[in-house]
Write a new protein. Structure first.
Lengths: 144, 378, 663
């Protein structure tokens, strides 16, 4: 190979590599991102059971029920609609009634949302942003 | 004034710093390329050491040496082209003057716009050491808090703070203080009573199940504790079980000597509650009162069922027209429970919550009441 | 008065930074020496003023001066003294002041230690530092002034967010900022070189210590943040691919690429344009991180309370500096001359591959972090990009990078012999393979990934050792010669070996804990025991306790081996801070060798049992020990005498120079 050919080969290799990386990134973005829903959105855009989503809203007042094992049941609400959620594990410190929460998981066959991750805010000034925005639109939540 | 003097001194120092290069005549520095050449010489030295250590073959070392040599040549050429030109000294002076003037003008202008020059620092310690006469209740509390932060074992301190917190409505702080007292001096009826009172305060006067539990444990420690007895009776009254409440208050008033504040409170509560009950009866009670239900217990089972069913139906109907009557709901739920129709009681509770608005204080109260009867919302 | 004086000092520093940003650069254009020299005293005085201002704010915190709005919002008189001091930067305003303090600190360092730089370069570097400094001081004064006052002053403050009342968080931000802001110096060097239109191998030598220092602190800052999240958030994760974490990882990845490409530039005068671009990008990513954390555009557990005007202001700063520098780059890059040639298989080639992989990895992390913003702006849909995305994209890019790391330092410059290098690495490869087999056969037969990953980590450590063995001639020459050779090696060789070995250790830790971790979630009554990985944890009791500004329930556990040997108590608790009405989890952690047992408390069940979550985290400490070793590598490289080539004597004819410079 001449020097020119070599250089071309290297550039082609680098471009091929970058192309592969870009393809992988696009594939991953298509597969591995989860959409954020509020309970009210589920009527407009139904979600198949098993599809991974993030469900956010406020923890409904009086809905938290601890099983005798590590199961916890609660409901996520946006003021109008509410969705039942089950979760096994330890809830975040700031998981409380009527506080913002984001859960990640999928609907089971019985229309109960099975969460594998529950995120709550980490101090009293912080509300998960998606939740805050959506609730503000509905006028349920205000900054103070 | 001292502030302005110090500010002026700082400004002067900053302006002098900017002026320094014009004031001091430094020896001319090394030319433009000297710094670069210094680096390349060092690279040559290092190359020599690598060869010595056998890390690099001599042919490659030769090539590398030539490469570094070329860099030295190139940088020298560039440096020659970039000989310092003669700048107009007036332009330089003008720039320097603007720069030096900018320092005080920008800083003083901005500070006057944003600062509060007249305001002194107010360290907490110094404020606490002021004469107590011209300080407010907040100051006194802060003093006590500061003292307790250093001496958390001081029971007296916590004891002093509890009633103050209660009066100011700082129930969370009161709870912390109470728990500290419990930690330091152990359980007592008085403390449990205070804890219950704190919870009642937090719930805006409602004796919740949690509060009642605290009063009950106070009574377990001291069966005669008047405060706990008073609040347990109040709990019955709030649930609508007036005969029980009235009896308890009567007993309390009888047990206590004249002039005891709790005897006073019990008598007043009793009188108030009886008046309210009498008035309610006079207005053709819209549902079975507790007395009615109790009276029905003396009838034959069929009569009783018929009477209660009729009254309950009446109340139910009335509540359909006027669903915001929280007391009515309370009576209805209670009636269903007496009839052991817990499903109806539950559906009544659900309707009540729907009518009063989920999460509203009234429906919360109602739920707490229902929970005390053993009904929970699904 | 000290508060107002601090405020005034900050304003004065702003005025001085404006002068520093303009006069030296004008002087450079006019080639006037006095004007160029203004940068040095201005930078040093500016640093002194910002330091004064920072001390004034810290004093206000220590004295609980609630007439300062910022102190009232974030402090409490009952807080321990340490957290009063660290609370100074536990909030947006104070941490911004710390950011600026560190920026001015680096400016002053350049002024003091930059005597080996040509005057015009030094003037331009200080000018750019001044420009960045003035922009950020203006940002503080205009939108986030920590010296705003309250009148009348309240008697009690609102307390610091309890999860920030922790020693880890006390040290983490200063470290992280030293890293973030340290890259501003590399940026300023790049812009200064572009302004002058002259850049060559010497430039790379001059910029190297600054890049190394920034990289070192950033490594420490990221590791410390990760350890803090691990023990304080109570769920035992060490990395969440949280946007704010990504914001610190991005400049680290780009900075690591910069360190390596600057090596090529220094040795071979090649990759000049690329290196300058990387220097610009690295600091741009630091600025982007600052923007993302403080503007509230991203959701994160670490985000500060947000305010839209701040976001717009930082965005404007971002546009000016990133846009301006890239425009300058586009304009000047064509005039920079190309450098030396090299074969694909060579040290240069390996470093180029390193850069290719690192920058691509940076790009995927950047895309994953910004994609939700983009989608929301375009379609209005709210999406989240979580760990699965990063594992799928970052993993395939980083694993090959780790695999080729040991080859790099062994390849010769210009033209390398891959076969010969592979032969020399044979022993290292054998040991790594043995380690992988051992893991597979003895520890866990279900996880091939664990065996391969740990093998990869061992390969990195062994590869680093191989480099030292070869360079010292161990086994080939007599022991005294080996010793002499070792001591004679440039420190940077040890630095490289340490940094690469540290990377290997961190890899082992990450792989072990993600693939071999075991977890039990159990509801426990006092007296109950749970068994995990050969250890028995008995729940003794739950006791209330009152701290200075919190109350807590302490769960006491007794740990023993299955064989019966007693290992003492573990205490895990749930705290409640009344001032903020906020609970926190204090995990109970016991280090056993390199591994840890992690106990975290949950709620009580209706039957009165306590939910307890117990993890066995094998070799987890290696994650952070590896980072410490990497930092040690950076520190050793920083001490390399080549980085301290002295300034030429004024007006001295370049004659024979003393060995290794004078500094």
């Amino acid at each position: 190979m001449t020097r020119k050919q070599k250089r071309l080969a290297i550039i082609a290799g680098a471009l091929g590599f970058l192309g592969a990386a870009a393809a992988l990134t696009l594939y991953a973005l298509g597969q591995q991102t989860s959409y954020f829903y509020m309970p009210g959105d589920l009527e407009e855009r139904p979600v198949a059971s098993g599809q991974r989503i993030r469900l956010g809203g406020l923890v409904e007042k009086g809905s938290i029920a601890h099983g005798d094992d590590t199961q916890v049941r609660f409901a996520v609400t946006d003021g109008d609609h509410s969705v039942k959620v089950t979760y096994a594990g330890i809830l975040p410190d700031l998981f409380r009634e009527e506080q913002g929460v984001v859960t990640e998981g999928a609907f089971g066959a019985d229309q109960v949302f099975v969460a594998d991750t529950v995120l709550a805010k980490h101090d009293e000034n912080y509300m998960p942003k998606e939740v805050a925005d959506s609730l503000k639109e509905k006028g349920v939540w205000n900054e103070n | 004034m001292l502030f302005w003097i110090l500010a002026a001194l700082l400004t002067l120092a900053a302006a002098l710093a900017v002026m320094r290069p014009f004031a001091t005549r430094k020896a001319s520095p090394a030319g433009g390329a000297d710094h670069d050449i210094e680096v390349y010489r060092d690279q040559l030295d290092e190359l020599g050491r690598d060869v010595e250590r056998g890390l690099i073959a001599s042919a490659e070392a030769e090539q590398a040496r030539a490469e570094i040599g070329r860099r030295i040549l190139k940088v020298s050429e560039i440096a020659e082209q970039q000989q310092a030109g003669d700048t107009n000294p007036n332009a330089v002076r003008l720039i320097a003057a603007i720069a030096i003037l900018a320092v005080p003008l920008v800083s003083w202008g901005l500070y006057i716009a944003t600062g509060s020059p007249g305001m002194p620092s107010q360290p907490l310690q110094a404020r606490l050491e002021q004469a107590p006469s011209n300080t407010s209740i907040d100051d006194l509390i802060a003093r006590a808090e500061a003292h307790l932060a250093d001496n958390p074992q001081d029971v007296r301190g916590w004891q002093v703070l509890v009633p103050i917190y209660m009066r100011l409505g700082r129930f969370a702080d009161a709870e912390t203080a109470l728990r500290n007292i419990v930690r330091l001096s152990g359980e007592s009826a008085e403390l449990q009573g205070a804890l219950g009172e704190m919870i009642v305060g937090r719930a805006q006067g409602v004796v919740t199940a949690e509060a009642e539990a605290a009063f009950k444990s106070a009574l377990a420690l001291d069966p005669g504790d008047p405060k706990a007895r008073f609040f347990v009776a109040l709990a019955r009254a709030q649930e609508g079980r007036l005969p029980e409440a009235h009896a308890a208050w009567r007993d309390l008033a009888a047990d206590l000597p004249d002039g005891s504040p709790w005897r006073e409170a019990a008598s007043q509560a009793l009188a108030g509650s009886e008046n309210a009950a009498a008035q309610a009866n006079a207005e053709a009670a819209p549902g079975p009162s507790d007395e009615d239900v109790a009276a029905a217990a003396d009838m034959t089972p069929d009569d009783r069922r018929a009477m209660i069913a009729g009254m309950v139906a009446q109340l139910d109907e009335k509540l359909r027209e006027n669903p915001t009557d929280a007391d009515g709901w309370r009576r209805l739920i209670r009636s269903y429970m007496v009839l052991r129709q817990s499903d109806d009681a539950r559906s009544a509770l659900e309707r009540a919550v729907a009518a009063l608005g989920a999460g509203s204080p009234q429906s919360q109260e109602l739920e707490a009441f229902a929970a005390s009867l053993g009904i929970a919302v699904e | 008065m000290s508060i107002e004086l601090g405020h005034f000092a900050l304003v004065l520093a702003f005025a001085l930074a404006l002068v520093q940003a303009s006069v030296p650069i004008i002087g450079g254009q006019l080639k006037n020496e006095a004007l160029m020299r203004i940068g040095e005293p201005a930078a040093i005085t500016g640093f002194a003023l910002v330091a004064l201002s920072f001390v004034a704010l810290t004093m206000a915190y220590v004295q609980s001066d609630f007439s300062v709005l910022n102190v009232w919002e974030n402090s409490h008189s009952a807080k321990p003294l340490l957290f009063k001091i660290t609370g100074t930067w536990g909030n947006h305003e104070g941490s911004m002041l710390l950011w600026v303090l560190i920026l001015f600190f680096f400016g002053a360092l350049v002024a003091v230690f930059g005597r080996n730089l040509p005057l015009s370069l030094r003037a331009n570097v200080l000018g750019i530092q001044g420009a960045i400094g003035s922009a950020f001081v203006l940002f503080i004064l205009a939108t986030s002034n920590p010296f705003a006052r309250l009148d009348p002053a309240p008697m009690q403050g609102r307390d610091l967010n309890p999860i920030l009342q922790d020693i880890g968080l006390a040290v983490h931000p200063p470290m992280l900022y030293l890293g973030y802001v340290g890259f501003s110096v590399a940026f300023s060097f790049a812009i200064a070189a572009l302004i002058e239109g002259r850049i060559d191998a010497a430039w790379a030598r001059w910029v190297r210590p600054w890049t190394l220092a920034a990289w070192l602190f950033l490594t420490g800052g990221i590791a410390m943040g990760s350890y803090w999240a691990y023990y304080e958030l109570g769920w035992g994760g060490f990395w969440f691919w949280d946007p704010v974490e990504n914001a610190s990882l991005l400049p680290w990845l780009a900075g690591t690429a910069l360190l390596h490409s600057a090596l090529v530039m220094e040795k071979r005068s090649a990759l000049k344009i690329w290196t300058v671009l990387l220097a610009i990008l690295t600091f741009s990513l630091s600025l982007l991180g600052t923007f993302l954390v403080r503007s509230g555009v991203l959701t994160s557990v670490h985000a500060f309370a947000t305010d839209p005007t701040r976001g717009v202001f930082i965005l404007a700063i971002l546009m000016v500096f990133i846009g301006g520098s890239l425009a300058l780059f586009a304009w000047r890059a064509a005039t920079l001359s190309a450098g030396g040639l090299f074969q694909p298989v060579s040290r240069e080639g390996a470093l180029v591959l390193n850069n290719l992989l690192l920058t691509t990895a940076t790009a995927t992390v950047l895309i994953g972090t910004l994609y939700p913003l983009l989608i929301e702006a375009v379609t209005g849909d709210k999406i989240s990009v979580g760990p699965p995305f990063f594992n799928l994209t970052f993993g395939p890019l980083f694993l090959p990078l780790l695999a080729i790391v040991p080859f790099g330092p062994l390849l010769a410059w210009k033209r390398g012999d891959l076969a010969a290098v592979a032969q020399r690495l044979f022993a290292a490869f054998g040991i790594a393979l043995a380690a992988a087999l051992l893991i597979y056969l003895v520890v866990d037969r279900t996880s091939v990934l664990a065996a391969l990953g740990i093998g990869l980590g061992v390969w990195l450590v062994m590869g680093a050792l191989t480099d030292l063995v070869l360079k010292s001639g161990l086994g080939k020459v007599a022991a005294p010669v080996v010793l002499r050779r070792l001591t004679g090696l440039p420190r940077s060789v040890f630095g490289t070996a340490l940094a690469h070995a540290g990377l290997g250790l961190t890899t082992i830790g990450i792989v072990a804990v993600t693939t071999l971790e075991t977890e039990r979630i159990v509801a426990m009554q006092p007296g109950d025991s749970v068994e995990l990985h050969g250890y028995v944890l008995r729940f003794d009791n739950l006791r209330p306790f009152t701290g200075p500004n919190y109350t807590e329930d302490q769960g006491n556990f007794a740990l023993s081996r299955k064989t019966g040997a007693d290992l003492g108590e573990i205490m895990s608790s749930k705290r409640f801070y009344p001032a903020r009405q906020m609970p926190t989890t204090e995990a109970g952690i016991r280090t056993l060798g390199l591994s840890q047992l992690y106990v975290s408390l949950g709620e009580k069940t209706p039957s009165g049992a306590l939910i307890v979550r117990v993890w066995w985290k094998p070799m987890v400490t290696l994650i952070w020990l590896g980072a410490l070793v990497m930092m040690a590598g950076g520190a050793v490289s920083l001490l390399d005498r080549r980085l301290r080539v002295g300034a030429p004597m004024p007006r001295k004819k370049p004659a024979a120079l003393p060995q290794g410079g004078s500094a």
